[in-house]
Design a protein around this ligand. Structure first.
Ligand SMILES: [Zn+2]
Length: 105
């Protein structure tokens, strides 16, 4: 089950943009295994992380909003950009209890 904090934030993001979210990965995120090792992987494993996009909103716009609104909170926040599609890639968000930000190459 996803954490309540995660659900609350995802709900706020959805309401802000007025668009549905598409959750790409709730429990596992294979890219994390290579990028950030077990800690973030475990965030997915325990349901405290989600990778998502917002329909009809460029991923960069979502990322800027998330960083502006939640960047000071104890969350893991990351972006995977798709250079060929501004609506592609995803935002990673997790409620790890400390602040961490990164970008996927
Ligand atoms: Zn992730």
């Amino acid at each position: 089950m996803p954490s309540d904090e995660l659900i609350d934030i995802l709900t706020e993001i959805r309401e802000h943009f007025g668009q549905c979210l598409r959750i790409n990965s709730g429990y596992r995120c294979p890219e994390h295994n290579a990028r950030v090792g077990g800690a973030t992987q475990s965030q997915h494993t325990i349901g405290s992380a989600a990778d998502f996009i917002v329909f009809k909103v460029p991923t960069e716009v979502v990322y800027q909003y998330v960083m502006e609104k939640y960047g000071d909170r104890d969350l893991g926040i990351a972006i995977k950009r798709n250079p060929n599609n501004p609506y592609g890639g995803f935002i990673h968000l997790d409620t790890r209890g400390k602040k961490a930000t990164w970008e996927y190459k």
